[in-house]
Design a protein around this ligand. Structure first.
Ligand SMILES: [Zn+2]
Length: 525
């Protein structure tokens, strides 16, 4: 009999299927798998010369937490530069940009991310509204949703963006009445025009940045993620990290399929991978975002926007999804507005239940709630987007655009669950922080993490503690704590089901184990 690589003693083993502790208190792993679960004395008897033995002193072991929707590779690039996500008004934004500007070398680009459009209130989101702090500096500021960018006039000039353009997808260079770009670039095709004019990180710098992000994720308790991207360049970054044993999360990739992309190539890429990563799906977009007026709604928003699908001809989307389904490829489609969700579900009704998913589902009419379970389609939800970017009193940009009725149907995690849907929870990092405990906490309390005294937004859609845990474990494909399952484990200082909603996000993560390897170990373990 082989000796275990790792033994955890004196643990409380929590079963997310039942919410109960398992009768045994020790667990051993071998070669990336759970090898034995038993009593301390029995498990201790299997110790070999190379076994790492840790006394957990009552800490709680759960199956490793999985982020149901994240972008660790593109996010490593998108979170380059200054974090603007703490800025809550224009004065704060200008102060932060002043600081960033002072640190720049001559000619260097200013990168910022996490910009909240609510900062602008009723003023246009434009370089001129931000003011002179951006004068003569090439600056690209990513909006928090990462779908859009605010560029300075100098950046537009360097990128040769001088006026409106036509795009195949829903994208726009926003211009003033004289046809001059204001700096706001809606959706990726427009944003990329300026992003690509900025100097790139070297391959080595970028790989190091991705590794740093993934280490942070492991330290937050994550052992895996559904990575909603994975083009050949992104795959080569993961391949390089994996070969060096530097990939601490088990990543399942869904490369993008945009209108006009070669579906055969995406089908051929399925199954490609290494020890800790694998291509297993395709990501599509049915619309943009409500904040940008690029979602696809059944009725326009209060500005008369959000009326178009991302695909010029939605029937081509349907054909594409059916072609992927026929090839056995599960799809994950970004669908935020009600019309987008409806079209995706109608398309998936022509497919088999092979693990297709809808991502985001921010406002959902009653008649669509039960269709997820009927069609066997997973609902992939990001509860912290509701907590962080909307307000209970509906004074935020998202709610105002939608109006009372649709804003009251925000992030219906509980209704979807009650209707029998498989609900998985994720952060969509870098859109919101990746801490899985923060995501579970948000699903439970629906309040902004920066101020938990704020009222919750739609408390009737909050999940119970057990459901929140299931949404990041078994619903997302984790194993259970039994022999033969993968040794992907998260160890918490206390029972996440009995910690108060408002304390959960700060519950210490003692240990993270992915594929039997320790990827995070607190100083006191
Ligand atoms: Zn995403």
């Amino acid at each position: 009999m082989p000796h275990p690589d790792l033994i955890l003693l004196n643990a409380r083993l929590l079963d997310p299927a039942t919410g109960q502790f398992q009768p045994h208190s020790s667990l051993a792993t071998h070669s990336g798998q759970i090898f034995a679960v038993g009593d301390d004395t029995d498990v201790r008897a299997t110790v070999g010369p190379a076994t790492t033995v840790l006394d957990l002193r009552g800490a709680v072991v759960i199956p490793g937490l999985i982020d149901g929707h994240c972008h660790p590779v593109s996010g490593a690039d998108l979170t380059r530069g200054t974090d603007l996500s703490h800025c809550t008004d224009l004065a704060g934004l200008r102060a932060e940009l002043h600081r960033a500007r002072r640190a720049l070398a001559p000619g260097e680009w200013l990168h910022g991310w996490g910009l909240d459009p609510n900062i602008f209130g009723d003023q246009p989101i434009s370089a001129d509204t931000v003011g002179p702090v951006l004068d003569d500096v090439p600056a690209v500021l990513r909006l928090f949703d990462a779908h859009s960018t605010l560029a300075s006039h100098r950046a537009l000039e360097l990128a040769g963006v001088t006026g409106p353009r036509r795009f195949d997808e829903a994208a726009e260079i926003v211009c003033d009445e004289r046809g001059r770009p204001t700096g706001l670039l809606l959706e990726e095709p427009a944003s990329m025009l300026v992003e690509e004019a900025a100097p790139k990180l070297s391959e080595q710098q970028f790989r190091a940045r991705v590794a740093e992000v993934l280490r942070g994720m492991a330290a937050s308790g994550l052992t895996g993620g559904h990575m909603m991207e994975g083009d050949p360049a992104e795959r080569s970054v993961l391949r390089a990290l994996d070969e060096r044993g530097d990939l601490p999360l088990r990543l399942r990739l869904a490369p993008w399929c945009r209108p006009g992309n070669d579906v055969a190539e995406l089908i051929a890429a399925q199954g490609e991978g290494g020890v800790m990563w694998r291509v297993g799906g395709v990501k599509l977009f049915m619309d943009g975002t409500i904040d940008n007026g690029t979602a696809w709604l059944e009725q326009p928003d209060c500005h008369g926007e959000s009326t178009h699908p991302y695909w010029g001809d939605p029937a081509v989307y349907t054909e594409t999804v059916v072609a992927l389904d026929t090839a056995g490829v599960p799809t994950a489609t970004h669908a935020i507005g009600d019309a987008a969700v409806r079209h995706v579900l109608d398309s998936l009704a022509k497919c088999r239940p092979i693990g297709h998913r809808v991502e985001h589902i921010e406002t959902l009419p009653d008649d669509l709630v039960s269709r997820f379970a009927e069609l066997g389609v997973t609902a992939s939800m990001q509860p912290t987007h509701c907590c962080e970017f909307t307000r209970a009193d509906h004074t935020d940009n998202w709610s105002r655009r939608l109006g009372e009725q649709r804003a009251a149907r925000a992030w219906r995690c509980r209704d979807l669950w009650d209707a029998g849907a498989n609900v998985v929870l994720g952060s969509d990092w870098p859109i919101a922080p990746y801490s899985p405990l923060g995501v579970m906490a948000g699903a439970r309390h629906r309040r902004p993490a920066r101020d938990l005294s704020q009222p919750p937004h739609g408390l009737d859609q909050a999940l119970t503690a057990l459901r929140a845990l299931q949404g990041m474990t078994i619903n997302a494909g984790s194993g259970r704590l039994v022999a033969g399952e993968r040794a992907d484990l998260t160890v918490l200082a206390d029972d996440p089901l009995r910690v108060a909603d408002t304390d959960l996000a700060t519950l210490p993560v003692r240990l993270t184990v992915a594929d039997g390897r320790i990827t995070h170990r607190a100083a006191d373990v």
